[in-house]
Design a protein around this ligand. Sequence first.
Ligand code: PMP
Length: 366
Amino acid sequence: MIPGPIEFEPAVMQAVGMSTTSHVAPDFIESFGHSLEMMREVWMAPSGQPFIMAGTGTLAMDMAGSNLVEPGDKALVISTGYFGDRYADLLKRYGAEVTLLKAPAGDVVRLPEIEAELKRQHYKLMTFTHVDTSTAVRVDPEPIGRLGEKYGVLTILDGVCSVAGEEVRQDEWKIDVVLTASQKAVGVPPGLALMVVSERAMQAWRDRKAPVGSYYCDWTHWLPVMKAYEARRPAYFGTPAVNLVCGLEVSLGLILKEGMDARFSRHRRIGKTFREAMRSLGLKMIPVSEDVSAGTLSAPMYPEGVRAPEFMKAISKSDVILAGGLLPELKDRYFRVGHMGSVTNGDILTTVAAVEQALKECGYVT
Ligand code: PMP
């Protein structure tokens, strides 16, 4: 029950475990092309350009950053935790002048504050994190996407802890890049960096004057590869993660079979139910309210008298694996529970029981 890698569906693991074919074998070209097409449906971005890369979520962040930033560009980073701060660091490497709007731990940056900053000066791009995995805070991406459109600012959504779990409607919400990694709600073992890019962002990349600062990430190399696979033609720049792409095709198929709306509401319900159970045990959450809480992940705080090392030791005796705190300033005051992808009601019940038992072993009386 950690927030990624999650538990994977047996059918996905079976596909990942098949003999590795050539990256230009006809059946692999079909799997790659089909996965690109299904990404548009999962991202709800019929007009977007999908990319499937070997790498982690940070590579997806790097690819969007390196292709869209030129030295001296102004970038606004809206941070709701550890991964927002990471984006600020990353963009600086490519020469961006970064302004960081940082939410208090457990809260979001409010829209009027974002709009005031966009009025103050012109930004080339703005980044925000749908669910920051360090705080379990969920940002509403739609109004931020629309602000980006209003002020002519490219928007990049870090959806690593959200895509295929939280509601994302990329085209309708006017978000230019929605990026993720395979190991969370997308449901494939770690190793794929995934993103869909709008035509507006691709044009900004075509219009750049300076070369892309990362050789590996440069869309000059990868766009023809994605286009070729989608046209069911062989192509090469770097060897794709063949087995993971086979798993991706199966997982995206399962996600679409469940249906995006059904999947969003299942995650919302599971997140809310889990937190209600935690509250009934007397635990508070890092997010300040349900309005800013995620469907994919929760971050309960230890009650008075319970310490992180003892709780983690007690939990390790159960069948449930949880994650510790991540936000440096609050690290020892909370734990994290991922509930995304193939998570079931039974998993939630087992987790609640394990947390209750571990608290009891730490001397906490509910
Ligand atoms: N952004 C968010 C919101 C994340 O949760 C993570 C990973 N936990 C990352 C970025 C980085 O992804 P990766 O670890 O796959 O590089």
